[in-house]
Design a protein. Structure first.
Length: 154
C-alpha cells in the first residue's frame, strides 16, 4: 500500500493554501505570545491605584469604586465547600454586589445620561440575578428589600 511522506503531504497542502501575508504573521505572533506568557500573568489582578493627577472632583468616585472593587475581590475569595453550586453562588453573589456598588457610584458622580441609564439597568439586572441564584438554592427571597438607591428606613 502506498504511504505518502509527510513532505509530500505538506507540499500538497501548501500549494492549495493562499500565501500567508501580514495577517497570518500577526495571527501567528499573537498565538505564540499567548502560549509563551504564563497564565498567572493574564489572571485578573487588583487594579492599580488611581494616578495622583486625577481631577479632585473624581477623587470621591475613585475611592468609592476602589472600595467596591476591593470588597468584591476579597468576598469572592472563598474556601471551597465541596458543593460546586454553593461555591458558585458564594463567589457570584459578591461579584454581582460589586457591580451594583460600582453602578451606584456612577449614579452618584457620573454625568453621562447614557452611562447613568446603563448603571440603573445594571442595578436592576444584578439584583434579579442575585434573587434567582438564591431561589435556585432554596433560599428565601423577600420582595421588601429596598433597592440600593433607596433609603432603607422605609
Amino acid at each position: 500500500m502506498y504511504q505518502p511522506s509527510i513532505r509530500r503531504i505538506a507540499a500538497l497542502l501548501s500549494s492549495r493554501l493562499p500565501r500567508p501575508g501580514l495577517g497570518a504573521a500577526v495571527f501567528c505572533t499573537r498565538v505564540l505570545l499567548a502560549l509563551a506568557v504564563p497564565t498567572h500573568v493574564l489572571a485578573h489582578e487588583p487594579h492599580p491605584a488611581a494616578p495622583a493627577v486625577a481631577v479632585a472632583d473624581e477623587a470621591p468616585f475613585l475611592k468609592e469604586n476602589d472600595d467596591a472593587m476591593t470588597k468584591m475581590m476579597n468576598d469572592m475569595t472563598i474556601k471551597p465547600t465541596g458543593d460546586v453550586d454553593d461555591d458558585f453562588e458564594a463567589m457570584m453573589l459578591p461579584h454581582h454586589q460589586g457591580a451594583i456598588d460600582m453602578a451606584i457610584a456612577e449614579l452618584r458622580y457620573g454625568k453621562n445620561e447614557q452611562l447613568r441609564r446603563i448603571a440603573q439597568e445594571i442595578i436592576v439586572d444584578q439584583m434579579q440575578e442575585i434573587a434567582a441564584m438564591e431561589l435556585a438554592l432554596g433560599e428565601k427571597v423577600t420582595d421588601t428589600t429596598p433597592a440600593p438607591t433607596q433609603n432603607s428606613s422605609r
